[in-house]
Design a protein around this ligand. Sequence first.
Ligand code: 0RQ
Length: 498
Amino acid sequence: MSFPYISAVEAANLIKDGDIIGLSGFTPAGSPKAVTSALAQLAEEKHARGEHFQVGIITGASTGDSCDGALTRAHAMSFRAPYTTNTDFRKAVNKGEIRYTDIHLSQVAQRLRSGFLGHVNVAIIEACEITDDGRIYLTSGVGISPTVARLADKIIVELNAAHSKRIIGIHDLYEMERPPYRRPLMIERPSDRIGLPYIQVDPSKIIGIVETNMPDEARGFSEPDAVTEQIGHNVAAFLANDMRKGTIPSTFLPLQSGVGNIANAVLSALGKDSSIPPFEMYTEVIQNSVIKLIKEGRIKFGSTCSLSVTNDCLQDIYENMDFFINKLVLRPSEISNCPEVVRRIGVISMNTAIEADIYGNVNSTHICGTKMMNGIGGSGDFTRSAYISIFSCPSTAKGGCISSIVPMVSHQDHSEHSVNIIITEQGIADLRGKSPMERAKVIIENCAHPDYKQILWDYLRFATKGQTSHCLSAALAMHEVFLKEGDMRLIDWAKFVR
Ligand code: 0RQ
């Protein structure tokens, strides 16, 4: 079967008002770029003519600006799920302009299969190769591609020459069945393969191939500063110490690491700590620091959902694919983040908190309880099932005006029951086996910034005593003071002491 080769504009014109669109990719890696840009342009033209035009977008994780940014600015998105990092999207969501459903990334495919998110009308899949019999070879990110390609009525393929065909063979694509009687995933170590290197689709569903040559819209990283470097050092020291104690086996355990500057700095620090043996990763994103450590032999293998690396790093991988093909596997998000596998193989999870409270509850998503930052991403998939779950963050934000350690988190993503370790540049709080009041002491003493330690001790002193001591009217007062006066240090507990 030969497919129609069409322009991005022609492809966009095949999408209807109200359609639900499922996208390939995970982070900007492997996400469509040309058709979503053209769709935004089309929406603007239709809006100018007074026509209604909005679509729903379901992705693996974040995308690039040519999707989330362009569609947001064109007011072309009615709803979206899940995680995204786009600034314009964030602003629109926080103004109530787009309905945003933040879902654990491992659950998106299952919820689609179950029909919880509506019917997928169109899948847009970025590929480096397609065969006449409907085999689609993906690029640098997988996400929910196998599921949306199967469920969608129609498929548009962005055939992107910016990705080398040398990536063929790196993917391990497997879609879970619907329950009940689902088979276990036979993954016992990160390098185990259970699927195919391509997606097989019904070729008659492919309504157009759009040829592009557009690199991934990867974000660069800030160079580690003194604070992120110290956090990285503390994480490495914690892991090395646990290995010495024997709670982490001497062979080490697979690591998961989230996205962002802090995660990148943590990985760099781990690579430099010679007391930690070469290790494997079972994770959702691989950033530049991991590729460097694979080259240096510090990381033996990486199972991931995407290569969320800068473009020069991605080209380097393509040029050295003979080396990387046996050291990396790219999986769908429901497998890369699968709690069943995470629990079985003993993953150590390392994610970033926006804030943590003195009892170990963690907020990863909301600023001061109301404004969405990015979303939960895969942090919940890994944290709940991890062998050891770690959250790290700087002890303060916004030039010291915000303490990341607070009496009560203003929004909760990860509860005290799942969070084992909190690490800031100040130190390490090991919460394992501790009661809430023991946890409060170690978190304040080891993790809070010196400017906030006394403030937090004072809170505990007048809080109503219980299993978890609190003064409910004061628990979020530090956030209120920041919102009203711009600095949490201006808190005056005297107003609350009876
Ligand atoms: O704001 O950009 O205006 O300076 O948050 O913070 O310190 O640069 O850290 O880039 O690692 O992002 C939690 C957001 C951290 C990210 C979060 C402000 C701070 C700054 C960014 P500016 P940093 P990072 C992987 C798994 C979701 C959960 C997860 C994230 C900006 O890691 O989205 O890990 N995690 N998912 O100033 C107000 C606070 C703040 C604060 C930080 N307490 N109050 N602002 N900031 N703490 C994702 C996937 O699954 C793909």
